[in-house]
Design a protein around this ligand. Structure first.
Ligand SMILES: C[S@@+](CC[C@H](N)C(=O)[O-])C[C@H]1O[C@@H](n2cnc3c(N)ncnc32)[C@H](O)[C@@H]1O
Length: 167
């Protein structure tokens, strides 16, 4: 399985994925996880990813264009059918949903920030909205890592050669 995570904080996400069972599974090739900086798809001089909400409202949201372009490019590259936006307003992540997502060959995960993702990007680029619990975090990085961990451990060969204490 391949998972692509889109975030404005790629370094801490990459660092977490290098360790323990997931890190070793990636090294063995039992799982592919790629982390992408959303700013790669930001077009303006400052590579900004936030904007005022379309139609008004308080705070800033994530600009739709970089998210839509990132998801489109990754879809083409990986053939992923599902692009998941992590949000407190999404479908609760249960083991049943983890099993459903783990059956995909590829997934794209979008981590939000600010007041969330612009509504147009939600409509155009996102197929699923998933919450890891009934509380609000400051960003979608931890939720993306939680989802990745839960889905990864169901992949063949990921838990294969680890001691029970590690699992
Ligand atoms: C401050 S929150 C945004 C709050 C905003 N009012 C909303 O509900 O979209 C910033 C980001 O954190 C992530 N997030 C926060 N809580 C979450 C949760 N329980 N499950 C999944 N993602 C969450 C989302 O990616 C969200 O875009």
């Amino acid at each position: 399985m391949r998972i692509d995570i889109v975030t404005i904080f790629p370094d801490p996400v990459r660092a977490m994925l290098d360790y323990s069972i997931i890190g070793r599974a990636r090294e063995r090739g039992a799982l592919t996880v790629e982390v992408h900086d959303l700013r790669e798809w930001a077009r303006d001089r400052h590579r900004s990813t936030d904007d005022y909400p379309f139609g008004g409202g308080a705070g800033m949201v994530m600009k739709p264009e970089p998210v839509c372009e990132a998801v489109e490019a990754l879809r083409e590259q990986t053939q992923a059918k599902r692009a998941v936006y992590l949000t407190a307003q999404g479908r609760l992540l249960t083991q049943a949903l983890v099993e459903e997502l783990a059956a995909e060959d590829a997934l794209i995960l979008v981590s939000g920030h600010y007041e969330g993702l612009d509504e147009r990007a939600r409509q155009l680029a996102i197929t699923d909205e998933v919450s890891i619990g009934d509380y609000v975090l400051t960003g979608g990085e931890l939720p993306a890592l939680v989802l990745t961990d839960a889905v990864a451990r169901l992949q063949p060969g990921v838990l294969g050669s680890v001691a029970p204490a590690d699992e």
